[in-house]
Design a protein around this ligand. Structure first.
Ligand code: HEM
Length: 359
């Protein structure tokens, strides 16, 4: 369960990479207030360039339209037929009648392949990306800054091995999203190599894992809640209804834990006095389960809860990749529904992350 903590008043807690103290915001109202006030709560929390997520104000606004343009509706519609065989193959590779791990066996391989398909990256890179994800997970869990930095540097190397040949090839570069980004211009100038790498790092390093975890949540809830499975099967051909249902399952169990901010001035939020320079964490999973906003946090109410759902954030940094993430999740869900008559929870308590598929 990706729950950080129960919603409550802002609390002091260790929030920095070295355990420095800061504030944890867990109530829906507080998280929305902070995310919607980028002047007081800056996103410039890292010493590394982060385009667009670490930028504020005009600088953020300069890059954001370019980033948004990559997720436009017509682009997503063109991508859907390419994603479908990827999803179908990921589902077909699963054994039936025995426990399968929803994240390890389905979410992760599918998310990597879907991202490579979208960006125009070769299939041969998939094992490298999967190995990198495992190492990144281990490095983060170790809390060793040296190991984390080495893993980050390794990822930049992988990305540069894709962008540099495209930059060198100019007009002869392959016709794909990565080449388009390499050629993209912001306010009349080309992006620097560092900016291109930063954008691609953001689109891949964190988001492959997010999509993998989200796919796991959807599949496990489908197995654990017969009423949800009925709802999804009944609405199999209603894309909008499936999108809303997926969003609601991700609200109930939001695997995207938090984003960071730093206070630019003394301020008060939820009754807590936060000093300029203090760190703040926006705890999306707790906010998404705040009973003051949603009543019973486990109740499955896709239509009613949609306007307040924070899975993709809110405010100027709201997730630009939402159309892609939602498309990837819906397509793999549709393929799973089509390939099975029912999906059940694995029978043993050791297999909490596992489901059993019945054709
Ligand atoms: C289901 C998976 C995903 C979830 C739950 C998710 C969630 C979020 C959230 C909560 C934010 C807000 C961050 C903040 O306020 O600081 C965000 C921002 C962002 N997301 Fe996603 N995301 C997902 C998938 C994706 C994908 C697939 C992409 C791109 C390929 C993407 C790209 C971004 C970017 C670039 C930002 C920063 C936007 C900015 O700072 O203006 N996300 N995401």
């Amino acid at each position: 369960m990706g729950l950080v903590t129960q919603p409550g008043p802002p609390a002091r807690c260790p929030v920095g990479p070295t355990g420095d103290p800061g504030w944890l915001l867990t109530r829906h109202a507080d998280v929305v207030a902070a995310a919607s006030d980028p002047v007081t709560f800056s996103s410039a929390v890292s010493r590394h360039l982060q385009v667009p997520n670490g930028l504020d104000g005009e600088e953020h606004a300069r890059f954001r339209p370019l980033v948004d343009s990559f997720f436009a509706a017509d682009r997503m519609a063109a991508l859907e037929p390419l994603l479908r065989p990827v999803a179908a193959a990921a589902v077909a590779a699963l054994p039936v009648g025995v426990p399968v791990d929803a994240v390890e066996d389905l979410g992760r391989p599918y998310a990597v392949r879907a991202t490579c398909t979208w960006l125009g990256w070769p299939d041969a890179l998939e094992p490298t990306l999967l190995a990198w994800m495992a190492e990144n997970h281990a490095a983060t869990a170790s809390g060793d800054p040296g190991r984390t930095a080495a893993v980050a540097a390794r990822f930049d190397e992988i990305i540069r091995s894709l962008t540099e040949p495209r930059r060198a090839a100019g007009d002869d570069a392959p016709d794909d999203v990565t080449s388009e980004l390499v050629r993209a211009r912001v306010e009349g100038r080309a992006l620097t190599d560092e900016e291109v790498v930063s954008v691609l790092r953001n689109w891949t390093a964190g988001d492959i894992s997010s999509v993998a975890l989200c796919a796991g949540v959807v599949v496990r809830h489908l197995a654990a809640r017969p009423e949800v499975q009925r709802h999804l099967r009944t609405h199999r051909d209603d894309a909008a209804a499936l999108d809303r249902a997926v969003d609601e399952l991700l609200r109930i169990e939001d695997p995207f834990l938090f984003n960071r901010r730093v206070a630019t001035r003394d301020t008060t939020i939820g009754g807590a006095r936060i000093a300029a320079g203090e760190r703040v964490l926006l705890a999306w999973p707790s906010a998404n389960r705040d009973p003051d906003r949603f009543g019973d946090p486990d109740a499955f109410r896709p239509d009613e809860n949609a306007p307040h759902n924070l899975v993709y954030g809110t405010g100027p940094h709201v997730c630009p990749g939402r159309p892609l993430a939602a498309l990837e999740l819906r397509v793999v869900l549709e393929e799973l529904l089509d390939a099975t008559a029912r999906v059940e929870q694995a029978p043993t308590p050791d297999d909490l992350e596992c489901v059993v598929l019945h054709p």
